[in-house]
Design a protein around this ligand. Structure first.
Ligand code: HEM
Length: 461
């Protein structure tokens, strides 16, 4: 019996690295077209990596009873300077499992509902600053909203000096990783040289230190005042491991930064895309407005259960998943995928983008059609914008909750207009894929216009 060999990309390694950095979607599509459902690439360092995207293969790999995949911390080393050595992202094995178990509850269940009103208020607060007729970049608005959400709901910081300082510092710090020069410093450890506050790495470290100091002050304060706080930091302080101990200050600090890094720009980018699609297709906008207006008392829970709004968010995350693939995995034993034998110890990067672009699952996959999610239920191996298995996105429920409430608040209260002359294309921004240029829009005069609801928020001064 002959053993079938998995295709390897013929392109030289350095060209693969350049193409996958500059044109990641075209790169993946070309690979899939030439090699099929399963192929090896060399786009990250010297490693040979298996790209998987067929739902059956994903099911085989991610099914927890199969115990095929590990999510090695070593593969996430690159994030250490950002999130610190105690972060969930850079743990694996038992420590990772324990930390996840401790961090999961605040992001689920009824607690979410407490945050609903705050999310809508923050959204109004940011959008109200726009003047009628003013042109703006949607991603800037969604970033401002999700940053305030992190500060208030996750870190538990009330508006004031610490809030303002952290907001400015964290925005500047995150922006550093979005420019190609600073991103390359982060990506290539040999370039990480502290040559003073003017050097990219030096600036990065100094900003990080200032953020650390403010976060430690916040953690210290929260530890002193026990009750009546519903922010995620307070819940994390109260949470205990099985041995009865809680997280150390350093663990709390690194995981607050993790939630910022993992949860801020991802959600903001998804919202910018959603605003684009909603305003690019008048029928989508009309349907959505109709559905939102059909709620007599639009409270947070009812809004998040609306089928069309849910489908709009799902289709947004399908067509251009903000994160193209999961964190790298490694096989713990040999496994048969699509008729090929994959050896134990193989590095695997499951591709969310390629699954979401399969014509057999999503006919006319390049078209934005929320109805496909109304007409069909997709399995977690067919639609999976938040990854899968042991490292599946910790904040996925929170992210969708945020997305829906922010979009609902904007669509119900304001009339926006798309100011893009041609279709907006996806482009790399740091580790994410977002709308090129961030989506130019304007606020139409005569808004806000919807006042008869719980979401009637007092005008901010
Ligand atoms: C639309 C928004 C978001 C998208 C598309 C997204 C997507 C992802 C993906 C693809 C992963 C990797 C999963 C894997 O390797 O299998 C991930 C991991 C993670 N995400 Fe999200 N995410 C979003 C928002 C958030 C939010 C709001 C938070 C928290 C506030 C968050 C926290 C995390 C954390 C902590 C991890 C690492 C989990 C671990 O290592 O165990 N994410 N996310």
């Amino acid at each position: 019996m002959t053993i079938k060999q998995i295709e390897k990309l013929k392109t030289p390694k350095f060209l693969q690295q350049i193409e996958s950095t500059l044109k990641p979607l075209e790169f993946l599509e070309r690979c899939a077209k030439n090699c099929g459902d399963l192929f090896f690439i060399n786009s990250i360092g010297e490693l040979e990596i298996l790209v998987v995207s067929h739902p059956q293969d994903l099911q085989e790999l991610f099914n927890p009873t199969n115990k095929i995949l590990a999510a090695p911390a070593a593969a996430n080393e690159i994030f250490k300077p950002q999130v610190g050595e105690n972060s969930l992202i850079v743990q694996d094995g038992e420590r990772h499992q324990k930390q996840r178990k401790l961090m999961m509850p605040p992001f689920h269940g009824e607690r979410m509902v407490n945050y609903g009103q705050q999310i809508c208020e923050i959204t109004q607060q940011v959008v109200q600053r726009l003047k009628p007729g003013q042109t703006f970049i949607a991603r800037h608005i969604s970033e401002a909203i999700t940053m305030k959400i992190i500060l208030k709901i996750v870190f538990g910081i009330d508006e004031g000096l610490r809030f303002k300082k952290l907001e400015n510092l964290m925005t500047t710090w995150l922006d550093l990783t979005n420019s190609p020069l600073s991103a390359s410093v982060l990506l290539f450890p040999p370039l990480r040289k502290d040559l003073g506050s003017w050097s990219p790495w030096g600036r990065y470290l100094r900003l990080r230190q200032q953020i650390d100091d403010l976060l430690m002050a916040q953690i210290w304060e929260r530890r002193q005042v026990q009750s009546n706080h519903f922010d995620i930091l307070s819940l994390l302080i109260e949470a205990k491991y099985e041995n009865g101990e809680g997280m150390s200050d350093a663990e709390l600090r690194d995981n607050l930064l993790t939630l910022l890094v993992a949860g801020h720009e991802t959600t903001a980018t998804a919202i910018a895309w959603a605003l684009y699609w909603i305003h690019q297709q008048p029928e989508v906008y009309e349907k959505l407005l109709h559905e939102l207006r059909s709620l007599n008392t639009p409270d947070a829970l009812k809004i998040t259960q609306l089928p069309y709004l849910t489908a709009v968010c799902q289709e947004t995350l399908r067509i251009y998943p903000v994160v193209l693939s999961t964190f790298p995995r490694i096989t713990l034993r040999s496994v048969n995928l699509s008729g090929y034998q994959v050896a134990s110890g193989t590095y695997v990067v499951p591709s969310i983008y390629l699954t979401h672009r399969r014509e057999d699952l999503y006919p006319q996959a390049d078209k934005f059609q929320p109805e496909r999610f109304i007409n069909r239920k997709y399995s977690p191996y067919e639609f999976w914008p938040f990854g899968g298995g042991s490292r599946q996105c910790l904040g996925q429920v929170f992210a969708l909750f945020e997305m829906k409430l922010i979009l609902a608040t904007i669509v119900l209260n304001y009339q926006l207009k798309l100011e893009e002359k041609s279709p907006v294309k996806p482009a790399r921004r740091g580790f994410l894929i977002g709308p090129q240029g961030g989506v130019k829009m304007s606020l139409v005069a005569g808004t806000p216009r919807y006042t008869n609801s719980k979401f009637k928020i007092q005008n901010s001064k």
